[in-house]
Design a protein. Sequence first.
Length: 161
Amino acid sequence: MRVLLEEFAARNLATRIQPRTLQLLGDDVARMRKAAEQGDIGDFREADMAFHRHVAAACGNSFLPRVWRALEPSLWGLHVVGNPLYSGDWRAMADHHAELLGALASGDPEEAARLFAAHARGAGSRTHLREAPPRRLRPVAEVRGRGGRSARIRWRPAAGA
């Protein structure tokens, strides 16, 4: 059910996303990153769920947020970040959500739908190897998409990363 919901919401939102929604989702990703840095799994989980809640709310279908609210409680129990045995990289998971946001901002509904469906199936929740320290990135350019919307943010390693 979640795969269908996320795929549908992403497909619809990618064609209509507004700057305020981009900011809101970007704030959710920033909260995820901060929580990952601080090791605050509760805040991480809330920011992660808020991200998906905001996608459902902004997709243009008034029924979808109600379906999401019905589904969300079960996700809190099944969500990978609720698993104390999860040994993945929290920062990488936050970065994955930034990629999802980039797909929405691109204006490409099929790519957004594909990435969100894969995420809902668990593609972003795989354990990540920690062979190299994570690289900190900073935004360097914003590319305009259809209708003047922000389409993509290019990232470059921050100084000292």
